[in-house]
Design a protein around this ligand. Structure first.
Ligand SMILES: [Zn+2]
Length: 466
Protein backbone atom coordinates (compact mmCIF):
# COMPACT_ATOMS: atom_id res chain seq x y z
CA UNK A 1 0.00 0.00 0.00
CA UNK A 2 1.90 3.04 1.27
CA UNK A 3 3.26 3.87 4.65
CA UNK A 4 0.63 6.21 6.00
CA UNK A 5 -0.45 5.41 9.53
CA UNK A 6 -3.25 7.01 11.48
CA UNK A 7 -3.62 7.90 15.12
CA UNK A 8 -7.19 8.75 16.05
CA UNK A 9 -7.50 11.00 19.06
CA UNK A 10 -10.64 11.51 21.12
CA UNK A 11 -10.21 14.96 22.58
CA UNK A 12 -10.47 15.39 26.37
CA UNK A 13 -11.94 12.55 28.47
CA UNK A 14 -12.42 11.41 32.05
CA UNK A 15 -12.08 14.33 34.43
CA UNK A 16 -11.73 16.72 31.48
CA UNK A 17 -15.14 17.04 29.80
CA UNK A 18 -13.99 19.65 27.29
CA UNK A 19 -16.76 21.98 26.19
CA UNK A 20 -20.10 21.40 27.91
CA UNK A 21 -23.59 22.57 27.09
CA UNK A 22 -26.51 21.15 29.08
CA UNK A 23 -26.29 17.38 28.85
CA UNK A 24 -23.86 17.51 25.97
CA UNK A 25 -20.22 17.01 26.75
CA UNK A 26 -17.43 17.35 24.23
CA UNK A 27 -15.59 14.33 25.66
CA UNK A 28 -18.55 12.05 24.88
CA UNK A 29 -18.99 13.31 21.35
CA UNK A 30 -15.28 13.09 20.58
CA UNK A 31 -15.19 9.55 21.95
CA UNK A 32 -18.09 8.53 19.76
CA UNK A 33 -16.43 10.14 16.73
CA UNK A 34 -13.03 8.63 17.48
CA UNK A 35 -14.26 5.09 18.08
CA UNK A 36 -16.22 5.17 14.87
CA UNK A 37 -13.28 6.62 12.94
CA UNK A 38 -10.93 4.01 14.37
CA UNK A 39 -13.26 1.16 13.38
CA UNK A 40 -13.65 2.52 9.89
CA UNK A 41 -9.93 2.87 9.19
CA UNK A 42 -9.44 -0.61 10.54
CA UNK A 43 -12.14 -1.85 8.20
CA UNK A 44 -10.39 -0.12 5.30
CA UNK A 45 -7.12 -1.82 6.19
CA UNK A 46 -5.22 1.30 7.23
CA UNK A 47 -2.80 0.93 10.17
CA UNK A 48 -4.57 2.81 12.94
CA UNK A 49 -4.22 3.46 16.66
CA UNK A 50 -6.41 5.37 19.10
CA UNK A 51 -5.47 7.50 22.10
CA UNK A 52 -8.47 6.49 24.18
CA UNK A 53 -11.47 4.29 23.49
CA UNK A 54 -13.15 4.91 26.82
CA UNK A 55 -14.03 7.76 29.10
CA UNK A 56 -10.46 7.95 30.30
CA UNK A 57 -8.40 10.85 31.65
CA UNK A 58 -5.16 11.32 29.74
CA UNK A 59 -2.41 13.67 30.82
CA UNK A 60 -0.81 15.76 28.13
CA UNK A 61 2.30 13.54 28.29
CA UNK A 62 0.25 10.36 27.99
CA UNK A 63 -1.68 11.68 25.05
CA UNK A 64 1.50 12.78 23.29
CA UNK A 65 3.09 9.41 23.94
CA UNK A 66 0.10 7.64 22.46
CA UNK A 67 0.25 9.88 19.42
CA UNK A 68 3.86 9.16 18.59
CA UNK A 69 4.76 5.86 20.24
CA UNK A 70 2.88 3.43 18.05
CA UNK A 71 3.78 4.60 14.60
CA UNK A 72 6.67 6.98 15.18
CA UNK A 73 6.94 10.60 14.38
CA UNK A 74 7.05 11.43 10.71
CA UNK A 75 4.79 13.30 8.32
CA UNK A 76 3.07 10.10 7.20
CA UNK A 77 1.70 9.65 10.69
CA UNK A 78 -1.66 11.41 10.51
CA UNK A 79 -2.92 12.37 13.95
CA UNK A 80 -6.63 13.12 13.66
CA UNK A 81 -7.70 14.82 16.85
CA UNK A 82 -11.46 15.01 17.21
CA UNK A 83 -12.99 18.00 18.97
CA UNK A 84 -16.17 19.99 19.41
CA UNK A 85 -15.93 23.75 19.43
CA UNK A 86 -17.53 26.26 21.76
CA UNK A 87 -17.69 29.99 22.18
CA UNK A 88 -20.15 31.31 19.65
CA UNK A 89 -20.01 30.17 16.07
CA UNK A 90 -21.52 27.61 13.78
CA UNK A 91 -19.97 24.94 11.61
CA UNK A 92 -16.78 22.95 11.28
CA UNK A 93 -13.13 23.96 11.37
CA UNK A 94 -9.86 22.17 10.74
CA UNK A 95 -6.62 23.39 12.30
CA UNK A 96 -3.30 22.22 10.87
CA UNK A 97 0.34 22.66 11.88
CA UNK A 98 2.75 25.22 10.52
CA UNK A 99 4.83 22.41 9.00
CA UNK A 100 1.93 20.91 7.02
CA UNK A 101 0.36 21.83 3.69
CA UNK A 102 -3.29 22.81 3.54
CA UNK A 103 -4.24 20.06 1.08
CA UNK A 104 -5.56 17.48 3.55
CA UNK A 105 -7.20 20.01 5.89
CA UNK A 106 -9.04 21.48 2.89
CA UNK A 107 -10.22 18.05 1.74
CA UNK A 108 -11.43 17.19 5.22
CA UNK A 109 -13.38 20.41 5.61
CA UNK A 110 -14.94 19.95 2.17
CA UNK A 111 -15.98 16.42 3.06
CA UNK A 112 -17.67 17.56 6.28
CA UNK A 113 -19.36 20.29 4.24
CA UNK A 114 -20.59 17.70 1.74
CA UNK A 115 -22.30 15.91 4.63
CA UNK A 116 -24.32 19.03 5.40
CA UNK A 117 -22.29 20.89 7.99
CA UNK A 118 -21.35 24.53 7.52
CA UNK A 119 -17.69 24.95 6.54
CA UNK A 120 -16.07 27.69 8.55
CA UNK A 121 -12.38 27.51 7.80
CA UNK A 122 -9.18 25.54 7.82
CA UNK A 123 -6.33 27.44 9.31
CA UNK A 124 -3.09 27.49 11.27
CA UNK A 125 -2.98 28.94 14.75
CA UNK A 126 0.19 30.18 16.40
CA UNK A 127 1.25 30.92 19.96
CA UNK A 128 0.65 34.61 20.60
CA UNK A 129 4.01 34.93 22.37
CA UNK A 130 5.90 32.98 19.70
CA UNK A 131 4.34 33.01 16.23
CA UNK A 132 6.91 30.49 14.97
CA UNK A 133 5.20 27.85 17.07
CA UNK A 134 1.88 26.13 16.81
CA UNK A 135 -0.78 27.11 19.32
CA UNK A 136 -1.91 23.55 20.04
CA UNK A 137 0.43 21.23 21.87
CA UNK A 138 -0.70 18.25 19.84
CA UNK A 139 0.96 20.00 16.89
CA UNK A 140 3.78 21.76 18.71
CA UNK A 141 4.95 18.70 20.61
CA UNK A 142 4.51 16.00 17.97
CA UNK A 143 7.21 17.64 15.93
CA UNK A 144 6.97 15.80 12.63
CA UNK A 145 3.53 14.23 12.43
CA UNK A 146 0.66 15.58 10.41
CA UNK A 147 -1.45 16.43 13.44
CA UNK A 148 -4.85 17.88 12.60
CA UNK A 149 -7.48 19.16 14.94
CA UNK A 150 -10.99 18.65 13.62
CA UNK A 151 -13.79 20.68 15.19
CA UNK A 152 -17.11 19.28 14.00
CA UNK A 153 -19.32 22.06 15.26
CA UNK A 154 -20.17 24.28 18.20
CA UNK A 155 -21.61 22.62 21.28
CA UNK A 156 -23.20 25.89 22.38
CA UNK A 157 -24.90 26.62 19.07
CA UNK A 158 -28.50 25.32 18.93
CA UNK A 159 -28.31 24.30 15.28
CA UNK A 160 -24.97 22.58 15.71
CA UNK A 161 -26.29 20.82 18.82
CA UNK A 162 -28.92 19.11 16.70
CA UNK A 163 -26.40 18.27 13.98
CA UNK A 164 -23.82 16.95 16.43
CA UNK A 165 -26.37 14.63 17.95
CA UNK A 166 -27.76 13.36 14.67
CA UNK A 167 -25.07 13.67 12.04
CA UNK A 168 -21.72 13.50 13.82
CA UNK A 169 -20.87 10.07 12.46
CA UNK A 170 -21.80 11.18 8.95
CA UNK A 171 -19.26 13.96 9.29
CA UNK A 172 -16.70 11.46 10.57
CA UNK A 173 -17.47 9.23 7.61
CA UNK A 174 -16.72 12.25 5.41
CA UNK A 175 -13.35 12.63 7.13
CA UNK A 176 -12.63 8.93 6.61
CA UNK A 177 -13.40 9.27 2.92
CA UNK A 178 -11.27 12.42 2.51
CA UNK A 179 -8.32 10.86 4.33
CA UNK A 180 -8.63 7.63 2.32
CA UNK A 181 -8.54 9.62 -0.90
CA UNK A 182 -5.58 11.62 0.32
CA UNK A 183 -3.48 8.61 1.30
CA UNK A 184 -4.53 6.58 -1.72
CA UNK A 185 -6.53 3.84 0.01
CA UNK A 186 -9.61 2.62 -1.88
CA UNK A 187 -12.59 3.98 0.01
CA UNK A 188 -15.59 1.79 0.71
CA UNK A 189 -18.75 2.75 2.52
CA UNK A 190 -19.49 0.91 5.77
CA UNK A 191 -21.02 -2.55 5.29
CA UNK A 192 -20.41 -2.48 1.57
CA UNK A 193 -19.85 -6.00 0.30
CA UNK A 194 -17.37 -7.09 -2.31
CA UNK A 195 -19.56 -9.78 -3.75
CA UNK A 196 -21.14 -8.79 -7.05
CA UNK A 197 -24.03 -11.26 -6.68
CA UNK A 198 -24.89 -9.95 -3.26
CA UNK A 199 -24.82 -6.43 -4.62
CA UNK A 200 -27.70 -7.16 -6.97
CA UNK A 201 -30.28 -8.63 -4.65
CA UNK A 202 -30.82 -8.48 -0.96
CA UNK A 203 -32.77 -10.87 1.25
CA UNK A 204 -34.70 -9.09 3.98
CA UNK A 205 -33.76 -10.05 7.49
CA UNK A 206 -35.34 -9.51 10.85
CA UNK A 207 -34.97 -5.89 11.89
CA UNK A 208 -34.37 -4.55 8.38
CA UNK A 209 -35.98 -1.41 7.10
CA UNK A 210 -36.01 -0.04 3.59
CA UNK A 211 -34.15 2.95 4.87
CA UNK A 212 -31.33 0.88 6.27
CA UNK A 213 -31.06 -1.30 3.18
CA UNK A 214 -31.01 1.78 0.96
CA UNK A 215 -28.30 3.24 3.13
CA UNK A 216 -26.20 0.08 3.09
CA UNK A 217 -26.27 -0.12 -0.66
CA UNK A 218 -25.84 3.57 -1.30
CA UNK A 219 -29.26 4.06 -2.81
CA UNK A 220 -32.54 5.68 -1.76
CA UNK A 221 -35.79 4.32 -0.39
CA UNK A 222 -37.69 5.63 -3.41
CA UNK A 223 -35.29 3.98 -5.83
CA UNK A 224 -35.69 0.65 -4.03
CA UNK A 225 -39.44 1.01 -4.03
CA UNK A 226 -39.67 1.73 -7.73
CA UNK A 227 -37.16 -1.00 -8.62
CA UNK A 228 -39.22 -3.53 -6.69
CA UNK A 229 -42.68 -2.11 -7.44
CA UNK A 230 -43.30 -1.68 -3.74
CA UNK A 231 -46.37 0.28 -2.74
CA UNK A 232 -45.51 0.49 0.94
CA UNK A 233 -42.48 0.45 3.21
CA UNK A 234 -43.47 -2.85 4.79
CA UNK A 235 -41.03 -5.70 4.28
CA UNK A 236 -41.31 -9.35 5.10
CA UNK A 237 -38.46 -11.51 6.31
CA UNK A 238 -37.01 -13.52 3.44
CA UNK A 239 -38.32 -11.12 0.78
CA UNK A 240 -35.76 -10.68 -1.99
CA UNK A 241 -35.24 -7.10 -3.08
CA UNK A 242 -33.63 -6.07 -6.34
CA UNK A 243 -30.85 -3.59 -5.85
CA UNK A 244 -29.66 -0.97 -8.35
CA UNK A 245 -27.60 -2.71 -11.01
CA UNK A 246 -29.83 -5.78 -10.86
CA UNK A 247 -29.81 -7.64 -14.14
CA UNK A 248 -33.09 -9.34 -15.06
CA UNK A 249 -31.33 -11.91 -17.23
CA UNK A 250 -28.84 -13.08 -14.72
CA UNK A 251 -29.07 -16.47 -13.19
CA UNK A 252 -30.97 -15.99 -9.96
CA UNK A 253 -28.97 -18.07 -7.56
CA UNK A 254 -30.00 -17.87 -3.95
CA UNK A 255 -28.01 -15.50 -1.82
CA UNK A 256 -25.21 -16.75 0.34
CA UNK A 257 -27.38 -16.70 3.44
CA UNK A 258 -29.58 -19.46 2.01
CA UNK A 259 -26.86 -21.80 0.91
CA UNK A 260 -24.53 -24.12 2.67
CA UNK A 261 -21.40 -25.52 1.06
CA UNK A 262 -20.70 -29.08 2.14
CA UNK A 263 -17.45 -29.53 4.04
CA UNK A 264 -15.55 -32.76 4.73
CA UNK A 265 -17.26 -34.72 7.49
CA UNK A 266 -20.68 -33.11 7.02
CA UNK A 267 -23.83 -35.15 7.06
CA UNK A 268 -27.26 -34.09 5.87
CA UNK A 269 -28.56 -34.82 9.33
CA UNK A 270 -26.02 -32.49 10.93
CA UNK A 271 -26.71 -29.71 8.43
CA UNK A 272 -30.44 -30.05 8.95
CA UNK A 273 -29.91 -29.89 12.68
CA UNK A 274 -27.67 -26.85 12.43
CA UNK A 275 -30.28 -24.96 10.45
CA UNK A 276 -33.23 -26.11 12.51
CA UNK A 277 -34.75 -27.98 9.66
CA UNK A 278 -35.18 -31.68 8.86
CA UNK A 279 -33.36 -34.08 6.56
CA UNK A 280 -36.62 -34.59 4.66
CA UNK A 281 -37.07 -30.87 4.14
CA UNK A 282 -33.54 -30.56 2.78
CA UNK A 283 -34.03 -33.55 0.45
CA UNK A 284 -37.27 -32.12 -0.91
CA UNK A 285 -36.05 -28.58 -1.14
CA UNK A 286 -32.89 -29.58 -3.03
CA UNK A 287 -34.37 -32.49 -5.01
CA UNK A 288 -31.64 -34.69 -3.63
CA UNK A 289 -31.60 -38.26 -4.95
CA UNK A 290 -29.81 -39.51 -1.84
CA UNK A 291 -28.58 -38.33 1.56
CA UNK A 292 -24.99 -38.88 0.47
CA UNK A 293 -23.20 -35.56 0.10
CA UNK A 294 -20.07 -34.57 -1.72
CA UNK A 295 -17.65 -31.94 -0.46
CA UNK A 296 -18.29 -28.60 -2.16
CA UNK A 297 -21.90 -29.45 -2.97
CA UNK A 298 -24.28 -26.56 -2.41
CA UNK A 299 -27.26 -27.24 -0.19
CA UNK A 300 -30.04 -24.71 -0.29
CA UNK A 301 -31.50 -24.03 3.11
CA UNK A 302 -35.24 -23.41 3.19
CA UNK A 303 -36.17 -20.05 4.61
CA UNK A 304 -38.01 -20.58 7.83
CA UNK A 305 -38.70 -18.13 10.57
CA UNK A 306 -36.14 -19.86 12.69
CA UNK A 307 -33.48 -19.08 10.13
CA UNK A 308 -32.69 -15.69 11.54
CA UNK A 309 -29.61 -14.29 9.90
CA UNK A 310 -27.54 -11.34 10.88
CA UNK A 311 -25.11 -9.33 8.77
CA UNK A 312 -21.95 -8.43 10.64
CA UNK A 313 -21.40 -4.71 10.96
CA UNK A 314 -18.40 -2.62 11.82
CA UNK A 315 -17.67 -2.89 15.53
CA UNK A 316 -19.50 -6.18 16.01
CA UNK A 317 -18.08 -8.97 18.07
CA UNK A 318 -19.52 -12.44 18.53
CA UNK A 319 -20.08 -11.58 22.14
CA UNK A 320 -22.10 -8.47 21.27
CA UNK A 321 -24.22 -10.28 18.72
CA UNK A 322 -24.86 -13.18 21.07
CA UNK A 323 -25.87 -10.72 23.74
CA UNK A 324 -28.25 -8.88 21.44
CA UNK A 325 -30.04 -12.07 20.57
CA UNK A 326 -29.88 -13.54 24.03
CA UNK A 327 -27.93 -16.61 22.94
CA UNK A 328 -24.45 -17.92 23.67
CA UNK A 329 -21.33 -17.27 21.64
CA UNK A 330 -20.83 -21.02 21.37
CA UNK A 331 -24.26 -21.63 19.91
CA UNK A 332 -23.60 -19.05 17.17
CA UNK A 333 -20.17 -20.54 16.44
CA UNK A 334 -21.63 -24.03 16.24
CA UNK A 335 -24.47 -23.25 13.89
CA UNK A 336 -22.18 -21.26 11.61
CA UNK A 337 -19.29 -23.72 11.72
CA UNK A 338 -16.98 -21.00 12.99
CA UNK A 339 -13.61 -22.14 14.22
CA UNK A 340 -12.52 -18.78 15.59
CA UNK A 341 -14.12 -15.65 17.02
CA UNK A 342 -13.02 -13.54 14.06
CA UNK A 343 -15.78 -11.86 12.12
CA UNK A 344 -15.61 -10.02 8.85
CA UNK A 345 -17.88 -7.13 8.03
CA UNK A 346 -20.74 -8.17 5.77
CA UNK A 347 -20.49 -11.80 6.88
CA UNK A 348 -23.87 -13.50 7.31
CA UNK A 349 -24.42 -15.32 10.55
CA UNK A 350 -27.24 -17.66 11.43
CA UNK A 351 -28.73 -17.03 14.81
CA UNK A 352 -29.83 -20.19 16.63
CA UNK A 353 -33.51 -21.07 16.78
CA UNK A 354 -36.03 -19.87 19.25
CA UNK A 355 -34.32 -16.58 19.66
CA UNK A 356 -35.63 -13.25 18.72
CA UNK A 357 -34.26 -9.89 19.50
CA UNK A 358 -34.38 -9.88 23.24
CA UNK A 359 -37.66 -8.60 24.55
CA UNK A 360 -38.66 -8.57 28.15
CA UNK A 361 -42.24 -9.02 29.20
CA UNK A 362 -41.84 -6.18 31.60
CA UNK A 363 -39.40 -3.40 32.00
CA UNK A 364 -38.12 -1.85 35.17
CA UNK A 365 -38.91 1.81 35.56
CA UNK A 366 -37.77 4.19 38.25
CA UNK A 367 -40.28 6.93 39.00
CA UNK A 368 -39.02 10.41 38.25
CA UNK A 369 -40.21 13.73 39.63
CA UNK A 370 -43.41 14.75 37.86
CA UNK A 371 -44.35 11.22 36.79
CA UNK A 372 -47.91 10.03 37.00
CA UNK A 373 -49.27 6.59 36.31
CA UNK A 374 -51.03 8.08 33.32
CA UNK A 375 -47.80 9.50 31.88
CA UNK A 376 -45.89 6.28 32.38
CA UNK A 377 -48.68 4.17 30.93
CA UNK A 378 -48.83 6.41 27.89
CA UNK A 379 -45.08 6.32 27.42
CA UNK A 380 -45.04 2.52 27.37
CA UNK A 381 -48.28 2.03 25.49
CA UNK A 382 -49.97 0.31 28.36
CA UNK A 383 -52.74 1.22 30.79
CA UNK A 384 -52.73 2.62 34.30
CA UNK A 385 -54.73 -0.40 35.37
CA UNK A 386 -52.18 -2.80 33.93
CA UNK A 387 -49.35 -1.11 35.80
CA UNK A 388 -51.34 -1.08 39.04
CA UNK A 389 -52.25 -4.71 38.71
CA UNK A 390 -48.75 -5.77 37.78
CA UNK A 391 -47.25 -3.94 40.74
CA UNK A 392 -50.13 -4.63 43.16
CA UNK A 393 -50.57 -0.91 43.72
CA UNK A 394 -53.54 0.10 45.80
CA UNK A 395 -53.48 3.78 44.86
CA UNK A 396 -52.36 6.03 42.03
CA UNK A 397 -49.81 7.82 44.19
CA UNK A 398 -46.21 7.34 43.13
CA UNK A 399 -43.04 8.19 44.97
CA UNK A 400 -39.90 9.48 43.28
CA UNK A 401 -37.38 6.64 42.84
CA UNK A 402 -40.11 4.04 43.37
CA UNK A 403 -39.35 1.08 41.12
CA UNK A 404 -42.16 -0.15 38.92
CA UNK A 405 -42.39 -3.08 36.58
CA UNK A 406 -44.11 -1.97 33.41
CA UNK A 407 -45.79 -4.86 31.62
CA UNK A 408 -45.20 -4.93 27.91
CA UNK A 409 -46.54 -8.39 27.16
CA UNK A 410 -50.32 -7.97 26.94
CA UNK A 411 -50.19 -4.37 25.98
CA UNK A 412 -51.04 -3.20 22.52
CA UNK A 413 -47.44 -2.12 22.38
CA UNK A 414 -46.25 -1.76 18.82
CA UNK A 415 -42.70 -1.21 19.97
CA UNK A 416 -39.85 -3.34 21.17
CA UNK A 417 -38.13 -2.43 24.37
CA UNK A 418 -34.38 -2.40 24.55
CA UNK A 419 -32.25 -2.01 27.65
CA UNK A 420 -29.07 -0.02 27.12
CA UNK A 421 -25.88 -1.97 27.71
CA UNK A 422 -22.31 -0.92 28.20
CA UNK A 423 -20.83 0.28 24.93
CA UNK A 424 -24.16 1.11 23.31
CA UNK A 425 -24.75 4.28 21.41
CA UNK A 426 -28.03 5.48 20.02
CA UNK A 427 -26.47 5.18 16.59
CA UNK A 428 -25.57 1.54 17.16
CA UNK A 429 -29.00 0.69 18.52
CA UNK A 430 -30.70 2.48 15.64
CA UNK A 431 -28.47 0.62 13.21
CA UNK A 432 -29.15 -2.75 14.84
CA UNK A 433 -32.88 -2.25 14.57
CA UNK A 434 -32.85 -0.59 11.18
CA UNK A 435 -34.30 2.68 12.34
CA UNK A 436 -32.88 6.18 12.44
CA UNK A 437 -31.42 7.97 15.43
CA UNK A 438 -34.07 10.64 14.91
CA UNK A 439 -36.90 8.10 15.03
CA UNK A 440 -35.56 6.78 18.33
CA UNK A 441 -35.18 10.26 19.73
CA UNK A 442 -38.73 11.19 18.75
CA UNK A 443 -40.31 8.00 20.03
CA UNK A 444 -38.49 8.22 23.35
CA UNK A 445 -38.69 11.98 23.75
CA UNK A 446 -34.92 12.15 24.03
CA UNK A 447 -33.34 15.55 24.14
CA UNK A 448 -29.83 14.21 23.53
CA UNK A 449 -28.29 11.05 22.14
CA UNK A 450 -26.47 10.34 25.37
CA UNK A 451 -27.52 7.08 26.99
CA UNK A 452 -27.09 5.58 30.42
CA UNK A 453 -26.58 1.89 30.95
CA UNK A 454 -29.90 0.38 32.06
CA UNK A 455 -32.03 2.99 30.27
CA UNK A 456 -34.93 1.46 28.41
CA UNK A 457 -35.40 2.53 24.84
CA UNK A 458 -38.51 1.89 22.80
CA UNK A 459 -37.75 0.58 19.35
CA UNK A 460 -40.38 1.08 16.64
CA UNK A 461 -41.38 -2.14 14.90
CA UNK A 462 -40.44 -1.76 11.30
CA UNK A 463 -41.44 -4.95 9.63
CA UNK A 464 -44.13 -7.55 9.83
CA UNK A 465 -42.96 -10.60 11.70
CA UNK A 466 -44.26 -13.98 10.74
ZN1 LIG B 1 -11.62 20.24 22.44
Amino acid sequence: MNDYRIVVDAGHGGSDPGAVSGNLKEKDLTLKAANYMYDRFKELGVPVAITRSDDESLTRAERLRKMTNTFGNDSKVLVLSNHINAGGGEGAEVVYPLRTSSALPAMILDAIGDKGQIKRKYYQRVLPENPSKDYYYIMRETPNTTALLIEYGFIDNPKDQVKLQNDLLDYVEGVVEAVSNYIGVPYKKPNQTDSPTEANTYTVKRGDSLYQIARSYNTTVSELKSLNNLTSDILTIGQVLKLPGYNENQNQTPTASNEYIVKPGDSLYQIAKNYNTTTTDLINYNNLPTTVLSVGQIIKIPNTTSNVTYTVKSGDTLYKIANNYGVSVDSIKKINNLTSNNLTIGMQLYIPEGTTIKETDYIVYKVEPGDTLYKIAKKYNTSEEAIKEYNKLTSNILKVDQVLQIPTENSTNENNVYTVRSGDTLYKIANNYGVTVQELMNLNNLATTLLNIGDTILIPKQITDF
